[in-house]
Ligand binder design. Structure first.
Ligand SMILES: C[S@@+](CC[C@H](N)C(=O)[O-])C[C@H]1O[C@@H](n2cnc3c(N)ncnc32)[C@H](O)[C@@H]1O
Length: 335
């Protein structure tokens, strides 16, 4: 069956069963990761409502988002759910005849509730597992950038999912772990020996510990042992470095503040020169290049410290919904 969109005048066809499933899944993945609303496949939804002239797809989307058990336990922010439901209602009212009570009931619930600083973002993995993290609503809060998951962490996590062999039987140190997505997914997907999450900010460290305990425990002998270290790049003792003994070091979005680049590079140099089982560690850093000057300054500091780097250009399959148009660069650093 074909239709003509009342506003855009575009013509459309009814979706196949597979496409419909895919559209609903895309709504779900975007909703739980709190993606921008314009990233949702609204046009496909409009088409389906028009051609079927029923509200079934809206009901299904509602079940897979606001009424899903994940949302009942670990909901995205109230403001986000309010905006999402308002848009869903708008689409439904514009194209379908009968009002859908469940939509208004869901909106009513989020209208009455009190706004909070914290929310949950849930990342759906290719295995079907879901990782829900407590994150702050604001990108920068309590004097830190560490209470949200940044795009470079999503990229590093996707890269890690494709390169599980790199972590096999390794002790991995993550610098500036933030709320913990990369480490949790690396531990769930790779057979590594030990994963050391680290950060310097007290609130971030506490949030990190809370998020980790929901997914990783040291009582599970089939998984890597995990720990959270307070590790400030400006102040790391030789004793702490000796104790860590990491074969692999990873970090996401740690190159953004020109004032801390020098100490970050000094630390990387010390880590790289600290051989573990006769070998220099491997270092991988994923960065969103917001300010090319800051990023160049990081590369120059690496050079001045005698460290070489190579840009990793292999394509990585996208697992999480985020804007891939942003420049994210991943490098490997060597002595
Ligand atoms: C932009 S956030 C990135 C967090 C996480 N890696 C991600 O990409 O989602 C930067 C992280 O680096 C940490 N950080 C900043 N300066 C640091 C320092 N001097 N020592 C240790 N961690 C630091 C912050 O606390 C924050 O968690």
């Amino acid at each position: 069956m074909s239709y003509t969109h009342p506003e855009t005048g575009k013509e459309g066809e009814a979706m196949s069963h597979e496409t419909r499933k895919e559209v609903i899944h895309t709504f779900q993945v975007n909703f739980f990761a709190m993606s921008r609303l314009n990233a949702f496949p609204w046009d496909s939804l409009d088409g389906e409502i028009m051609t079927t002239t029923t509200s079934d797809i809206i009901t299904e989307i509602l079940q897979k988002t606001c009424l899903h058990p994940i949302c009942l336990k670990n909901p995205p922010s109230l403001k986000y759910r309010r905006r999402f439901l308002t848009e869903l209602i708008k689409r439904h009212e514009m194209l379908a005849a009968e009002p859908l009570d469940a939509l208004y009931e869901a909106l009513g619930e989020v209208m009455c509730a009190q706004e909070e600083d914290m929310c949950y973002k849930t990342y759906l993995l290719p295995t079907g597992d879901a990782v829900s993290l407590a994150e702050n609503v604001a990108l920068i809060s309590q004097g830190t950038t560490g209470l949200v998951t940044w795009e470079a962490a999503l990229y590093l996590t996707e890269w890690a999912l494709e390169n599980t062999h790199i972590f096999k039987n390794k002790t991995v140190l993550e610098l500036g772990s933030g709320v913990g997505l990369t480490g949790i997914v690396v531990c769930l997907s790779s057979s590594l020996t030990k994963y050391i999450f680290s950060d310097c900010h007290q609130t971030v460290l506490q949030r990190l510990k809370d998020n980790i305990t929901n997914y990783l425990t040291n009582s599970d002998s089939s998984r890597a042992s995990v720990c959270v270290e307070e590790l400030d790049w400006e102040n790391v003792s030789d004793e702490q470095l000796q104790r860590i003994q990491a074969n692999t070091i990873i970090a996401a979005d740690v190159v953004y503040d020109p004032d801390v680049i020098a100490c970050l590079v000094r630390l990387l140099s010390r880590l790289l020169n600290c051989k573990v089982q006769e070998e220099h560690p491997d270092v991988y850093i994923a960065s969103t290049v917001r300010n090319p000057q800051t990023y160049d300054c990081f590369k120059k500091e690496l050079e001045m410290a005698g460290l070489r780097h190579v840009v990793m250009k292999d394509s990585v399959a996208q697992v999480f919904p985020y804007n891939r148009a942003t420049t994210i660069e991943m490098i490997q650093i060597y002595v």
